[in-house]
Write a protein that binds this ligand. Sequence first.
Ligand code: BTN
Length: 326
Amino acid sequence: MLPKLLRRMKKYMNSENVKQQILEFLWQAKDTPVSGVKLSSLLNISRVAIWKHIQALKESGIDIQSGPKGYTLSNPDDLLMPFCFKKEYKEKIFHFQQLESTMDEARRLAKADASHLSVVIAEHQTLGRGRLNRKWFSSKGGLWFTLILKPGPLPPPLAYIYNFAASLSLSTSLKELFNADVSVKWPNDLLLNGKKLSGLLSEMETRGDMVEFINIGIGINVNNCPEKDEPRAISLKTALGKEVSRKLILEHFLDTFERQTRNIDCSQIINQWKKQTSTIGTHVRIETLGEMHEGLAVDVEDSGALIIETGNGETRKIIYGDCFHR
Ligand code: BTN
C-alpha cells in the first residue's frame, strides 16, 4: 500500500516539476513560439505528454497560446512564478493559482520555517479578506499577496511601523515606475484619483513578549476591473489606460521595502509617509468597530496615531479605524 502511495506522490511531484519546466522554457523564449517537438526533446518526454501538460496548465488559468509554430505565453512579463524573480527572491516566492486567502497560507508558512521577506501570491482568492472583517474582491489580474516578516527581536507595540513602511514603499514604487499620482490614506490605503487602488491588512503572532512574525497582506488593483464590485475603487489599468506588469511592481516594491526597513527608524518613516499622504489637511470620518469620529486631520504622530480636530475645537487622537475622506 505504502509503495503504491509513494509512487503516486512521486508521479504527481514529477508532473508538477515538468509543468514548471515547460513554463520556464516558454517564459525564457518570451514572444518566440516553442514547438512541442522542441519541448519534448528538452524534457525527454513524448509530444503527447507535452500536450497534456500544456492543457493542464491552461486549465489551471495560465494563458498559453497554441499556434502553428508552437506555444507562447500570452503575457510573459506579468508571470509571477519564482523563476521570474531575481536570485535573492526566487526561494522566497510561493505562488498559487488559487487560495481562499493568502493570509492563511502565509500564517501556515510563517509558523513553519518561511524566512523574512517571503511572499505568498495567489492569482485569485475565493475568500479574500479586508480590514474590519470586510470581504476583499480578488479577481484575476490583481496583485494579491502576503509578505511574511520575521524582523528579529521586536516588541509588539513597534510592529505598526512595518505597515507604514509597506504603504510608503508601495506608493514610492508606483510613483517611480508609472509616475502615478498615488497618495497614502491613513492608516495604510493607497489612493489614485481619489479612489482606492490598494489596501493593506496585517496580522501578527507573538511569542513571549516579542513578535514572532508580522504578515502584511497587500491587495493592489492592477489589471483587474474592481469598479464592477466596488465603485470607489480603481485599478492601474483603468488609470493608465494599459495593462502593466505585476511582477515589475512586486519586485520593485520588495527592493524598496527591504531598503526602507534595513535599519528601521520610526520617525523617519512617518515623516516620509506624511510627505505622501492626502489625509492630513482633509476632513475625515473615521469608523472604528463601535464609534465614529469626524474632523479635520491635522497630523500623524510618530506612533502612527492620527490627530483630528473636531468642529468644537477639540483634538482627538485615533489609533485605529477605517478612514473616509470627505
Ligand atoms: C483593506 O483595505 O481592507 C485591506 C485589504 C487587504 C487585501 C489583501 S489581498 C492579499 C491579502 N489576502 C487577503 O485575504 N487580504 C489581503
